[in-house]
Design a protein around this ligand. Structure first.
Ligand code: PLP
Length: 357
């Protein structure tokens, strides 16, 4: 076929999501960090009550109902909030507004793979700075690189660690571009960086309903920053980026804090149990403030274990990437899913030891 694309699009690989088996397939899906539990019953009740008239009309262009609800829950004025079709869209809006050829987009590695894709889409320059061995932030290098956009996921994926607020407070005022703090996993963490948006005009904190609120399929996320910064992002968003269903269901979900908190308590307890079980099998397990664990198998044979688990219908995430290719990222599932995983791994490791002897 002829080449119809811009040269940088032609050169791009495109984002590769975790495998998504068709709904109803019998898999234990621990590869995309979806929540182990269903969405809030209150949110599902709103979904049932959706009126045809809502769908006939265009939705609110700024997701006003959802925005008002976030405003109440987080106690921030609603004009400090931008709503997106998943937090991925908000990340993309920052890039559309700020990145261009000749400008640098900076982030520590390893992190969320989408940052690279979004940078390539704008044909901006990619500056990837390795995390220190202990996953402490390479602060000096990030400041020196001074990107038009700097992405920090905190908690980070796939490492699971939280970047200390003090580091972010040192970083923000030293950058002449925007500091994006991606808090996709904040509901599973012990601290958050929301307070920074009041103190630094160049900080945007981005959150999602995909992880903590069990609504990955709904596609709803939001960003919090000062209204002047958001004004630039509103200019480049799609006119009706939030559909009416997502807006109504999302508002109900975020209002039901009690349900969300109860799920988080269960997942944190399962996370502790799973970490203990995997350590007992000889895995190195990194501390996590998310709903997943980064683990290194005792013999470093991560790809083999990933394949073998997949054959048994258990999906975990394997990254063929320097520094990660001897590790697995495993979503914390329900107790029974975690048990099935631990049993499968235990058997596989036993078989390997027999072969060795
Ligand atoms: C899952 C994830 C997101 C994407 O969230 P959506 O709201 O589903 O688009 C963003 N950032 C990180 C680090 C994630 O892991």
């Amino acid at each position: 076929m002829s080449n119809y694309f811009r040269s940088h699009v032609d050169a791009m690989a495109g984002y590769v999501p975790g495998e998504q088996p068709p709904a109803g397939t019998q898999t234990i899906k621990l590869n995309s960090n979806e929540n182990a539990y269903p969405p809030s019953p209150a949110a599902l009740a709103v979904l049932q009550s959706i009126d045809g008239e809502w769908l006939r009309r265009y939705p609110e262009p700024f997701g006003e109902k959802f925005r008002q609800t976030i405003s109440q829950i987080l106690e921030i004025p609603s004009d400090w909030i931008i709503v997106g079709n998943g937090s991925d869209e908000v990340l993309n809006l920052v890039m559309r507004a700020c990145a261009e050829p000749g400008r640098q987009v900076v982030y520590p590695m390893p992190t969320y793979v989408l940052y690279r894709t979004l940078t390539e889409m704008q044909s901006a320059e990619i500056v990837e700075i390795p995390y220190n061995q202990d996953y402490s932030l390479p602060l000096e290098e990030l400041i020196a690189a001074n990107g038009c956009v700097t992405f920090i996921a905190s908690p980070n994926s796939p490492s699971g660690h939280v970047v200390p607020i003090d580091d972010l407070r040192q970083l923000a005022p030293q950058l002449s571009g925007i500091l994006v703090i991606d808090e996709a996993y904040v509901d599973f963490a012990e601290e958050n960086a929301l307070g920074l948006v009041k103190d630094y005009e160049n900080v945007i904190v981005i959150r999602t309903l995909s992880k903590g609120y069990s609504l990955a399929g709904l596609r709803l996320g939001f960003g919090v920053a000062n209204p002047q910064l958001l004004h630039g992002l509103f200019k480049v968003k799609d006119s009706y980026n939030i559909d009416a269903i997502a807006c109504a269901v999302g508002a109900a979900a975020i209002s039901d804090q009690a349900y969300k908190n109860a799920c988080i308590v269960k997942i944190k307890a399962s996370r502790t149990q799973l970490a203990t079980d995997l350590k007992q099998l000889g895995f190195h397990v990194w501390p996590s403030q998310t709903n997943f664990l980064l683990v290194q198998p005792p013999q470093g044979n991560a790809e083999y274990l990933y394949q073998k688990l997949k054959e048994q219908g258990i999906l975990v995430r394997y990254f063929r990437q320097p520094g990660l290719d001897n590790k697995l990222r495993i979503t914390v599932g329900t107790e029974s899913q975690n048990q099935a995983l631990v049993e499968a791994l235990s058997k596989l490791l036993k078989e390997l030891r027999l072969h060795e002897n």
